[in-house]
Design a protein around this ligand. Structure first.
Ligand code: ADP
Ligand code: MG
Length: 696
């Protein structure tokens, strides 16, 4: 124990605490908790208020509460499941306690007339509010109920660590902190003052032991300055880690590609169009990067239909011409197959051999692909993330192209580095989700960005109309007429995103309905529940014109290219975010015909819903839409897709705290200029061993 007194909490291993042995230390290590200080950064998930007795009449469902009252009814109910139901009242209201497991002694204690106090979570049952298996005790004037002095924190836990155990651990650590034991407060005061944020010790004490007067709502919404203090620190740590990752990749040697002299002119010669100015400008950025001797880390943002594939092709040819392999990864098999076909058309005439690798490629075909890749016979390799599994060995990988980057985590992308052997491959990442500039700079701190800000000529903007569901029949009739005149159309069913099964079901029902309503029209159905082969067969049939009307769920959102499709109906568009609607709508307007998008909404529309649909009607510019999205929903939501798989945060949440990013970027800049020594400890504190810098 004497050791505890000398060292700072950051240097004390958890075993310095009472009752913490090797076994306990092992459990804590699983949560990346090694030092006593790490325990302090293990923050409560939520809090319970056991500091006051609540009037029963004021209770709401899903809230933890302490109540006190008299038993007015105590019955064993023999329903589907036998239970003991005990009704208590306190003069302001009544509530039922329900026990599915109970014994005679319990029944006896909870008898009519008894005065009891209980603690539990109120839930809405069939007969009003109920408490399931609450803790309870008979009120006994001689033995006062032990009320808590502070809100009760609930800690995220792991197997075999109870809340009681956490409490014991934290009590010890907090006692040490209160005795004035040092912790490493890495954030300088001058950062905190303008935001009126507390120092680290005060913030941690507050969050581990919020006073009874603390506002539970504020804490649960992460709006308290003590939380903001830690959120900003964590965001800063993540931001610095992105910069660090970038720096580490950027110091690797990479092959130098001096641009394609032979292949590129051939490709351009065989295309029916020439690159737009925007495509050319972005291509120059890319070619410049590949000359530097260090890996390119470039994000190309381009609205749907802006022609990102051609930019990718131009980059690829530079690598191919120098005898390097190029891997192109798409997030789904549908998209990967579409790229495969496209690049077969474009590259095979140039004598470039193309290989295909996806999850569904198995057995002999897979072995053949793997062999061609490792022998260098395959030059341009298209696939899904299957491309980057361990057994895929590239002979000479020079460039990795990732389409629709937002579906990939940073870790997956960084794992690519290992595939390049002595030279690290260049990385070109393409996304159709436009991110407003201010946000992009902070959220994509690890990447350089270029924007394709112009659509190829000859596109007529999609005409969008917003129509009430009441006119559904009329819309069906319009689709009928259009299909009979040779157009193709999408009918998109949207449902609660979480349930692919329900969404598929809704699409099935709609497809049946449309088949009845539109005789003589061939109707196909595609949804997330189909096997990849079934999906791609249907997409191929649609592309070939054999299907006139494609009923789909949001699986068709990204990248699908069928130029002849010029009509889209989106049901319940009010359920989707602007970015997603924009992506969906981008499936039409790819050919020369005038295209239409019908947003078939259900009343009543919320104010935000109205604004969103209006924005869709008024503009087709993805960046404008992103700005509006930013205004309506805030940066967290706009960045949400990037967040998933990117960062596992402890207290921060980009979807909630994204508005802080510009400030964080400012802090990071100051750190690099004035406080370089805090970078390492900050990253270690918040990201621990989650990032394997050595390997990524
Ligand atoms: P996205 O940026 O959405 O991936 P694509 O690369 O799929 O867009 O291009 C959309 C369509 O535009 C494709 O059919 C493609 O052949 C065509 N296209 C690309 N560049 C041009 C151009 N410069 N001029 C005319 N059409 C182009
Ligand atoms: Mg694309």
């Amino acid at each position: 124990m004497s050791a505890v007194i000398e060292r700072s909490l950051g240097q004390s291993p958890v075993t310095d605490l009472k009752n913490v042995g090797a076994k306990m230390a092992e459990k804590l290590a699983k949560l990346s908790i090694h030092s006593v200080q790490d325990l302090l950064f293990h923050l409560p998930l939520r809090y319970l208020d056991r500091t006051r007795v609540a009037p029963i009449g004021t209770l709401q469902s899903n809230v933890h509460c302490v109540i006190e009252g008299e038993v007015t009814l105590s019955d064993v109910i023999v329903g589907r499941r036998r239970s003991l139901a005990v009704r208590i009242q306190d003069g302001t209201g009544t509530i039922t306690l329900r026990f599915y497991h109970f014994n005679a002694a319990q029944k006896n204690i909870l008898k009519i007339g008894a005065r009891i106090r209980c603690f539990g979570e109120a839930r809405r049952g069939s007969n009003g509010l109920e408490l399931y298996h609450p803790e309870y005790q008979v009120v006994d004037a001689s033995k006062p109920f032990k009320k808590e002095e502070t809100l009760t924190p609930i800690y995220p836990s792991t197997d075999g660590l109870t809340q009681v155990r956490w409490r014991q651990l934290m009590d010890q650590v907090i006692a040490l902190l209160k005795q004035g034991r040092a912790i490493d407060d890495l954030i300088p005061t001058q950062f905190l003052v303008p935001y009126q944020l507390p120092d680290l010790t005060s913030a941690l004490l507050y969050l581990h032991l919020p006073p009874a007067s603390a506002n539970l709502y504020e804490l649960e919404e992460y709006q308290h300055p003590a939380q903001k203090r830690l959120i900003m620190e964590e965001l800063l740590a993540h931001h610095l880690s992105l910069l660090k990752m970038r720096q580490e990749i950027k110091t690797d040697p990479a092959p130098i590609f001096a641009g394609s002299k032979a292949l590129l002119p051939q490709l351009l010669g065989q295309l029916p169009f020439s690159p737009t100015n925007a495509q050319q400008r972005v291509n120059e950025d890319v070619q410049q990067d590949m000359l530097s001797g260090h890996p390119m880390l470039r994000l190309v943002q381009g609205d749907v239909g802006s022609g990102k594939t051609l930019v990718a092709a131009m980059a690829a040819l530079s690598a191919l011409e120098q005898g390097f392999q190029v891997a192109m990864m798409a997030p789904t098999e549908i998209l990967a197959e579409q790229h495969l076909k496209n690049f077969q058309d474009w590259f095979e005439p140039l004598g470039i051999s193309i290989a295909w690798l996806a999850g569904k490629v198995k057995g002999k075909a897979r072995a053949a692909s793997l062999n061609a890749i490792s022998q260098g016979e395959a030059q341009f390799i298209v696939g899904t993330h299957a491309l980057f599994q361990d057994d895929v060995d590239f002979q000479k990988l020079g460039l990795v192209i990732i389409d629709e980057q937002h579906r990939f985590g940073v870790h997956q992308r960084l794992a690519l580095k290992e595939k390049g052997k002595s030279l690290s491959p260049h990385q070109l990442i393409m996304t159709a989700t436009p991110i407003p500039r201010t946000l992009a700079m902070s959220a994509y701190a690890d990447l350089d960005t270029s924007v394709i800000d112009e659509l190829p000529p000859g596109r007529t903007p999609v005409n969008t109309v917003v129509i009430d569901q009441i006119r559904r029949q009329e819309i069906m009739q319009r689709i009928h007429n259009a299909c009979q005149q040779g157009s193709q159309a999408y009918w998109v069913c949207t449902l609660i995103e979480e349930s692919e099964a329900l969404e598929a079901q809704a699409a099935e029902v709609t497809a049946e309905e449309l088949k009845v309503a539109l005789p003589g029209i061939t109707i196909g159905l595609v949804h997330g529940r189909l096997k990849p082969k079934e999906k791609s067969d249907i997409m191929a049939a649609f592309k070939a014109g054999d299907i006139q009307l494609l009923v789909a769920t949001t699986v068709i959102e990204v990248g699908v290219d069928v130029p002849n499709a010029s009509l889209m109906v989106i049901e319940n568009p009010e359920r989707l975010g602007l970015a997603q609607l924009h992506q969906l709508r981008g499936r039409v307007g790819r050919g020369t015909a005038k295209s239409h998008c019908v947003l078939l909404y259900k009343t009543p529309l919320s104010k935000q819903g109205k604004r969103r649909l209006q924005a869709m009607r008024d503009t087709t510019d993805g960046f404008k839409i992103a700005e509006i999205d930013l205004e309506i929903r805030g940066p967290g939501e706009v960045l949400g897709t990037r967040q998933t798989g990117l960062m596992q945060m402890r207290i921060g949440d980009l979807a909630r705290d994204g508005y802080l990013l510009p400030d964080i970027k400012e802090w990071a800049l100051q750190c690099s200029q004035q406080l370089p020594h805090i970078t390492e400890p900050l990253i270690r504190r918040w990201l621990g061993e989650n990032l394997r810098y050595g390997q990524v």
